[in-house]
Design a binder for this molecule. Structure first.
Ligand code: HEC
Ligand code: HEC
Length: 409
């Protein structure tokens, strides 16, 4: 086995806790109350939830009721009468996020497009946004004779995205920015060939959601998903999607905006926020061996096994260890995987994909091009080239043990 003394340790040493602000709530505000990393000594492991799709353990009755209400909204099939479209990708969140449970992965893939004009990335907001909708309502079809949104001529690049799993993502939402920033190493000071950096929103916040970590909070992603995926407007996202920025023809969108209340968007967010991560099954000797190899060959340099949530008013999210296997940072993965820019992310940069929930996936990497976990690892390049080469140099036994470990996540 190739050992690398520079491989990052499994759990980082405790960092100095900074002042933390205790303002978190589940539905109505963003779960980023802390300004400093959490005091790691106080962090606890979740008691495992065996059923995928179940809520986090330790919810109050009210929180449980909010979770159920949010799950109902996540599964609601919208129609043009209730706000669907006129441009959309599907009629319910759960049509895509559905396997093996509501909130999980899905087979649907979608297309995104942006334009890179040095030095900045244009997310084509003036041309209908980066998400290209593949469906239109009958009214829009009748008015314009189209079946989908055309890719705007202003785009320089397009990308394919598979549907992500959301299990455990509330815990990632609750990780303080400082925890993520402490892992960043933009000029590779420690010389391990890995130089993660955060994506930032237009107003300078640390991004963490989406394959390019372009969105800062679950709450914003959810409101964005309603309008981008379903064509449902809400107070936070009051504008319908357009075709290349042109006003929609009169009469194709009879439902008054906003089509959904903020309260409903918040309940949907709360559902994702309170969704438990998949419980790791007990590890066999071989899988444990694979876990050690994963750390030793440098995979954990990006796929950081555990992060810790900050102080949170929701006890189920407060100071919890989240075994996400991600640093939520962007890494240059080489030209072979490169597609679009987004925010500050360049074409070749992707957020370290959380490996939490890997067991439910059947296609790997951002566009699903890898049919197996081993194929996904072989396609790692750029900053991940060293770890990939060490993987390829492992014995057959060590390689299969590593893959077996990953299949259990
Ligand atoms: C047409 C299929 C589709 C529908 C419908 C859909 N999603 Fe998604 N979802 C995706 C895809 C594809 C991604 C990955 C996007 C990316 O990588 O930028 C995603 C990503 C996400 C993420 C971020 C996950 C991550 O990896 O950071 C969240 C949160 C999310 N969706 C919530 C929702 C909600 C809430 C709804 C309903 C309002 C919804 N989605 C509807 C396909 C869908
Ligand atoms: C430099 C950072 C980095 C290192 C080191 C790294 N990865 Fe990754 N990994 C990523 C990024 C970024 C992605 C997402 C790439 C994409 O979607 O195109 C990813 C994706 C994956 C995926 C696919 C996940 C999915 O849901 O599709 C697997 C599996 C994986 N990595 C395993 C490994 C293993 C095993 C190692 C060690 C041999 C490793 N990675 C080393 C950054 C890294």
């Amino acid at each position: 086995m190739h050992q690398d003394s520079r491989a990052r340790p499994l759990l980082r040493p405790p960092r100095v806790p900074l002042v933390a602000v205790l303002l978190a709530c589940i539905a109505a505000c963003d779960a980023q109350p802390s300004t400093g990393p959490a005091p790691r000594g106080a962090a606890t492991l979740l008691s495992p939830v065996l059923e995928p799709g179940a809520p986090l353990p330790g919810l109050t009755l009210e929180q449980r009721a909010l979770f159920e209400r949010g799950r109902g909204l996540f599964q609601t099939e919208f129609t043009p009468e209730t706000g669907l479209g006129p441009l959309f990708n599907n009629n319910a969140c759960s049509q895509c996020h559905e396997d093996p449970v509501v909130g999980g992965v899905g087979e649907e893939v979608e297309r995104h497009a942006t334009a890179f004009r040095a030095p900045a990335c244009d997310d084509l907001a003036a041309h209908g946004g980066p998400v290209i909708q593949d469906s239109v309502t009958p009214a829009l079809h009748a008015a314009l004779g189209i079946d989908r949104e055309p890719v705007p001529a202003a785009a320089t690049d397009t990308a394919v995205r598979t549907t992500a799993s959301l299990l455990g993502f509330g815990l990632l939402d609750a990780v303080p920015d400082a925890e993520i920033l402490a892992l960043a190493d933009p000029v590779d000071r420690n010389g391990d060939g890995i130089s993660g950096r955060p994506n930032r929103t237009a107003d300078g916040r640390v991004g963490r959601f989406g394959r390019k970590a372009q969105v800062a909070t679950l709450r914003e992603f959810t409101a964005g998903a309603f309008v981008n995926e379903l064509g449902i407007t809400s107070p936070a996202e009051p504008q319908e999607q357009t075709i290349d920025g042109a006003p929609l023809p009169a009469g194709v969108d009879p439902t008054p905006d906003p089509e959904l209340t903020q309260d409903a968007v918040d309940a949907t967010t709360a559902f994702i926020r309170l969704l438990a991560p998949p419980a790791p099954p007990p590890r066999t000797f071989v899988e444990e061996r694979g876990r050690v190899t994963f750390v030793l060959i440098g995979c954990a340099g990006c796929h950081v096994p555990a992060l810790v949530t900050g102080f949170n008013r929701v006890p189920a999210l407060n100071l919890k260890i989240v075994q996400g296997y991600t640093d939520l940072l962007l890494h240059d993965m080489g030209p072979g995987l490169a597609d679009i820019c987004l925010g500050q992310a360049r074409r070749a940069e992707f957020r370290t994909e959380p490996l939490m929930g890997l067991r439910f996936k059947t296609a790997f990497l951002h566009d699903g091009r890898a049919p197996t976990i081993a194929a996904a690892i072989r396609l790692h390049a750029g900053e991940a080239a060293r770890a990939r080469n060490r993987f390829l140099a492992l014995s057959w036994f060590e390689r299969s043990a590593l893959v077996r470990f990953l299949q259990g996540l």
